[in-house]
Design a protein around this ligand. Structure first.
Ligand code: NAD
Length: 297
């Protein structure tokens, strides 16, 4: 193996330490960041995610609570809850755990969140800010990929970045974040012809598809940075990414493992967003900036 490991656990801890320091500073100014996680129904995976987010937010020093609503909650009831949270001055960040149970309209729910409290960066206002290159809360997983690059000195400026996957959660926002950093971006997706040829030209590959081993190791350009967002469970229960790890690591300059690469960054960036949202809403200036905002020209 030639690649150096992009250690998501270590970088996530560094971000979380920065957030903790920022929280302490904000508390000294009279503001404790408040995060509310809304969980509807009893999907087992969502229960685990919500528990982890709650724990991480507590460790960051936030005032955090989980609003648990039954699977029978109606759209009107859920929207009423979110209106109340939008209006609550002690709540700086609202996260609605997706997917919602069948029958609830997630798009409508996301649209009515106050963009100032949109710590997942998914409202149309946040998406517009990203595309326009204006300040705003950025989606956590792609922001985590940028942070991993930044903290390992992987330059995006002028680099050819190939993003495999075009979801609103990962692929598209990552492409815009990379563009904001002056990368030259190719977005590949399910209808792309000859994916291999695109990946072979990449200085940075981001795989966000959800298909184990889709990106073959021998496609990786020697020295390239490989960020594998995919999380796939194999029949033996083990987790694996979208990239063939061993052969890719033999060629790449940098690579994220799965698990322990991009995964831990998502919660870390959620905390960073909540801290930033709390500072923005209360007119405070954070002495520690947990993330850098790129140029937009
Ligand atoms: P998605 O299903 O919404 O999107 C998948 C994308 O892959 C689509 O845009 C599709 O066009 C593309 N695609 C499908 N087949 C393809 C092919 N053969 N070639 C090229 N592109 C193809 O998924 P998502 O929400 O973006 O998630 C992607 C993966 O990342 C999943 O494994 C998910 O579990 C994981 N994920 C991880 C984190 C994290 O915290 N690490 C966060 C979100 C998602």
């Amino acid at each position: 193996m030639t690649a150096r490991i992009l250690d998501g656990k270590a970088v996530a801890q560094a971000v979380r330490d920065d957030v903790r320091a920022g929280t302490d500073a904000l508390v000294a100014m009279g503001v404790r960041p408040g995060l509310v996680v809304v969980l509807v129904g009893d999907d087992p995976a969502s229960q685990v995610y919500v528990k982890n987010k709650d724990k991480a937010a507590r460790e960051a020093g936030f005032d955090v609570r989980t609003v648990r609503l039954p699977a029978t909650t109606t759209q009107t009831e859920l929207e009423a809850e979110l209106h109340a949270l939008n209006a609550d001055l002690g709540v700086h960040g609202i996260l609605v755990q997706l997917p919602l149970p069948r029958g609830l309209d997630a798009d409508r729910v996301v649209r009515l969140l106050d963009p100032a409290k949109d710590v997942d960066g998914l409202t149309p206002t946040s998406v517009a800010a990203l595309v326009l290159g204006k300040p705003g809360l950025r989606p956590c997983t792609p922001a985590g990929c940028i942070e991993l690059c930044d903290r390992h000195g992987i330059a995006l400026e002028g680099a050819h970045v190939v993003v495999v996957g075009r979801s609103m959660l990962v692929g598209k926002p990552f492409a815009h974040l990379a563009l904001e950093r002056n990368a030259t971006v190719t977005i590949a997706h399910s209808r792309t012809r000859d994916l291999a040829e695109h990946v072979r030209r990449a200085d940075v590959v981001v795989a966000a598809v959800g298909k184990p081993g889709l990106v073959r190791g021998d496609w990786i350009r020697p020295g390239a940075a490989v960020l594998d967002v995919g999380i796939n469970r194999l029949p033996d229960g083990k987790l694996t990414g979208d990239v063939e790890f061993e052969p890719a690591a033999a060629r790449a300059g940098w690579i994220t493992p799965v698990p322990g690469g991009v995964g831990p960054m998502t919660i870390a960036m959620l905390l960073a967003n909540t801290l930033q949202a709390a500072a923005n809403q209360t007119g405070k200036v954070l002495p520690v900036r947990p993330r850098r905002v790129g140029s937009t020209s």
